[in-house]
Each structure stands twice: as C-alpha cells, then as structure tokens.
Design a protein around this ligand. Sequence first.
Ligand code: 5GP
Ligand code: ZN
Length: 118
Amino acid sequence: MCIFCKIVNSELPSNLVKENDDFMAFHDLNPKAPIHILVIPKQHVDSFNEVTPQTMAGMTSFIQEIAEIVGIKESGYRVITNVGDNGGQEVKHLHWHVLGGAKLAWGHFADAESSKFL
Ligand code: 5GP
Ligand code: ZN
C-alpha cells in the first residue's frame, strides 16, 4: 500500500486540514512555501494520467474550498501536480500541491535553460 493510502487509512499520521468522503487535504511534511497543502483522492489513482473527469470535478471544488480555509484564496496560490519521472513525481498516488502564503518564484524552472531544449 502506498504512503498516501496509509494516511487515508490512518496507518500513518498527517496534519489534516479537511476531509470528506472522497478527498483529503493535509500539510506537506517538507513544505516548499509558507503554506503547502497536499490534496488527494481517497481512492488510489496513480497520477493525473489515470484520473477521471468525475474525480477532477469533485477535486476542483475541494481545492477551492481548501484555498479558502487556509486563507490564500484572495492573495493567490499555485496548484501543481507532478506526473511521472520527468514531472518529478515521487509519490505514485495522485496529489495536488497547493502552495501559497508568499509571492512564489517561478523557481521550479530556475535550472532550465531553454537553449538546451528548444
Ligand atoms: P511529489 O514529488 O510526488 O510531487 O510530491 C510528494 C510530496 O509528498 C513531497 O512534497 C513530500 O514532501 C510529501 N511527502 C512525502 N511523504 C510524506 C508524508 O508521509 N506525509 C506528508 N504529509 N507529506 C509527505
Ligand atoms: Zn495510494
């Protein structure tokens, strides 16, 4: 069972923000912004490649709710899902990073030099 499924099953602890029947939001263990929440479907989905439009619909409203609860809805935030090796996905259970609480740099690409791949 993957680590996020263990969190869903309470086999691993998490710093919970909110959950409902289908989704769960908790603080990232190693935050990359003042506010860094992970949002997951409770049912295991490997990545964005496998998610259904129905799950995405529910997840969209849930993420909007989370942004409001943690107080970043108006100040702004970033929503990211990493997919596969090139995307840098470490945990193979679909999750959305919701990052905010400060002006975010476009730092994920700081090491990318377009001349090398364009
Ligand atoms: P990925 O690199 O797969 O997009 O993101 C995985 C995220 O999960 C990372 O930001 C990492 O800090 C976080 N993470 C890994 N293990 C745990 C854990 O056991 N609990 C929590 N709350 N976050 C975790
Ligand atoms: Zn899982």
